[in-house]
Design a binder for this molecule. Structure first.
Ligand SMILES: *Cc1c(COP(=O)(O)O)cnc(C)c1O
Length: 388
């Protein structure tokens, strides 16, 4: 069956559920055992053995099965947030004295976790230029356990060569983890390009409605045990109502993504013509670092991209942003609504110097009519120019 068909059927079992289309929400802490034998034989670490609510319920398992299908994985685990998916995956493969290679374009809180938490546990992080490709080989040390990628970087949109990075990492026995939130597992499947672990903030496109926090981790057989053990040890539980909402979001994700792709490209192409804009960082457009890799590896794009403006003052930027009607300011993305986020100050790059002079704006193009979105931005540019 084709991808869209599989995504509407996987993780459902109406025949064993009174004919109801969606799996029910099972809430659980306590799970009862009917005999001393049963109780003593429980093995809380065995696969999908219900012994305590922290390991999830059939609601969790339905979501995990669907994600396994989406990412083409061996197994998947749902955790409480996208950030938890990032941090627990990293922790699963390192101990004191180990070394991690981290893409310099990575999501800020993942960077913060390495700098503030892993460093205290004796794990060293080296940041690398996301465009390094096979050159990663030279940075891998004897104690390098993980090469962590985010493709594209969720603020600056560099597409990474996961095939080349994975080949080099595996020669040295290192694990490759990819944050695949942007492509949502729908336009790119890292495990098919050599990665060992693909994680997503399902908070974004899978949830799709700006009302749920969820992290999902898809693994190969080789990496499953280590990550599963760490989730058990840490108690990374994803709540059943949130699993239900996330799985419900997944059902309509292909249709939503197709619209985000189309509208996003339309708005990005319009922005490319604007004199205020220095660069449009949309992986489907040639200005974006790694555009050739996007053409080689990806089958589409979501609605998230950035623009680098020419030099404008903060006042002028505020005049533009404060009165936008449809592009509201706020963290996260992947919902049905458009968002805009100025970001340049927060970046603290080590290896790949910041190439843009003016402010960087990250846009999420939602499901509104793109003509209205363009009109909103055009009025914003007018205010930007008037205030300059
Ligand atoms: C949002 C995001 C995360 C974290 O997800 P949360 O669910 O918000 O914790 C991780 N990686 C990327 C690329 C993100 O955009």
């Amino acid at each position: 069956m084709k991808k869209n068909t599989r995504l509407t059927t996987i993780g459902r079992d109406p025949e064993n559920n009174h004919g109801i289309v969606n799996p029910p929400v099972y809430h659980a802490s306590t799970i009862l055992f009917s005999s001393l034998d049963d109780l003593e034989q429980r093995d809380s670490h065995s696969y999908r053995n219900l012994s305590y609510g922290i390991q999830g319920t059939p609601t969790t398992f339905a979501l995990e099965d669907a994600f396994t299908e989406l990412e083409g994985a061996y197994r998947s685990i749902a955790v409480s947030s996208g950030l938890m998916a990032c941090t627990v995956s990293l922790m699963s493969f390192v101990e004191s004295g180990d070394h991690i290679l981290m893409a310099d374009s990575v999501y800020g809180p993942t960077r913060r976790f390495c700098n503030n938490v892993l460093s205290k546990m004796g794990v060293e992080t080296t940041y690398y230029d996301p465009m390094i490709g096979a050159g990663i080989d030279k940075l891998i040390r004897e104690n390098t356990r993980v090469v962590y990628c985010e493709s594209p970087g969720s603020h600056t949109f560099e597409i990474q060569d996961i095939d080349a990075i994975s080949a080099a990492a595996h020669q040295h026995g290192a694990i490759v983890i990819v944050d695949n939130t942007w492509a949502a597992g729908y336009y790119y499947r890292p495990l098919e390009h050599g990665a060992d672990v693909s994680i997503q903030a399902a908070t974004k496109y899978i949830g799709g409605h700006s009302d749920v926090m969820m992290g999902l981790i898809a693994m190969t057989e080789k990496t499953y045990d280590a990550i599963n053990d760490m989730t058990v040890n840490l108690g990374t539980h994803a709540a059943p109502d949130d699993c239900y909402l996330t799985l419900r979001g997944l059902r309509s994700m292909p249709a939503r993504l197709a619209q985000h792709y189309k509208s996003g490209l339309e708005v990005a192409s319009w922005l490319k013509q604007r004199p205020e804009v220095d660069k449009v960082l949309h992986p489907a457009l040639p200005d974006c670092p790694g555009h050739e890799l996007w053409k080689r590896d990806f089958t589409g794009a979501c609605g998230l991209f950035a623009i680098a403006l020419h030099d404008f003052s903060r006042n002028a930027l505020a005049a533009m942003l404060d009165d936008l009607e449809l592009f509201n300011m706020g963290a996260s993305w992947g919902g049905f609504e458009s968002l805009i986020l100025p970001g340049v100050k927060k970046f603290n790059r080590k290896q790949s110097p910041w190439p843009y002079h003016g402010p960087l704006l990250r846009l999420h193009v939602g499901l509104e009519d793109p003509e209205d979105l363009i009109n909103d931005l055009a009025a914003g540019f007018e205010r930007l120019n008037d205030a300059s």
